[in-house]
Design a protein around this ligand. Structure first.
Ligand code: BTN
Length: 255
């Protein structure tokens, strides 16, 4: 059966240099596993209709309803030690693609969740591989509310629940890859500073009361290195570089 992610459909929609080669499978454990061959070039994309062991950040799982999500991994070869920044670059491009598709404002919950109206519609997982980084992006696209995972730390949403209509995943993927390419090129050229304005405009955490382990504070902006600025109750300013930040209201950040 041909779906909206079939290579024939995607080939007609691809606009930039990312997405070639295009590795399309009906089912796999995780698209992250399909890009480990060191001979694959930057820009290779792996896409699946369904993952049997989809992975999330911090050892969590990523659930999908077969045929309803965009589950893709993109191979990048930027040169070492840049995972946290690249994760923000990918999150920003994903937020832009979600916003373009739905017409609804998409926000970023540091480090890399994409929210619409407080619901997480997309997540990003970066993993190092030999000679590169695999950026895995999961977007809930066609699920109705009752098809989304329940009981998640941040309530789950989909493009369909956000916009009230169906979306073509091939068009979404083509738009996402083009935005990823533009953001990635801008970042490689000028660093995170070139994207700071856009990241900050979409920063859902600014001004929110948060927990970081045993400490409490108010989240601020995104620091030049990609960390989250927090002013602790003691008045001390810190930059959280990775890990868990929890909203004091009870909803977790960074899942
Ligand atoms: C998160 O929010 O925890 C990150 C979720 C990342 C999910 C995507 S789906 C495509 C790729 N393959 C995986 O197994 N995970 C990522």
């Amino acid at each position: 059966m041909r779906t909206d992610l079939h290579p024939d459909a995607f080939r007609r929609l691809r606009r930039g240099r990312f997405g070639e080669p295009y590795l399309y499978v009906r089912e796999c454990a995780s698209t992250q596993e399909l890009l480990r061959d060191p001979a694959l070039p930057e820009g290779t994309v792996a896409v699946a209709e369904h993952q049997t062991s989809g992975r999330g950040r911090l050892g969590r799982t990523w659930e999908d309803a077969p045929g309803s999500s965009l589950l893709c991994s993109l191979l990048l070869r930027p040169g070492g030690g840049v995972l946290p920044q690249l994760s923000l670059v990918a999150a920003l491009a994903t937020a832009e693609a979600v916003e373009a598709a739905t017409g609804r404002e998409a926000q970023l919950k540091w480090p890399n969740d994409v929210l619409v109206d407080g619901h997480k519609v997309a997540g990003i997982l970066l993993e190092a591989v030999e000679g590169g980084v695999v950026a895995g992006i999961g977007i809930n696209v066609g699920q109705e509310s009752d098809e989304l995972p329940a009981g998640t730390r941040t309530p789950a949403g989909s493009l369909r629940t956000a916009s009230g209509r169906r979306h073509d995943r091939g068009e979404l993927l083509a738009g996402l890859l083009l935005r990823l390419e533009l953001a990635y090129d801008a970042w490689r050229e000028g660093g995170l500073e070139t994207l700071r304005g856009e990241l900050e405009r979409r920063n859902a955490l600014r001004g929110q009361s948060v927990h970081i382990g045993e400490a409490h504070g108010i989240a601020g902006g995104i620091a030049s290195g990609g960390g989250l600025e927090v002013v602790l109750r003691s008045g001390e300013r810190i930059v959280v570089e990775s890990g868990e930040v929890e909203l004091a209201g009870g909803v977790d950040v960074g899942e």
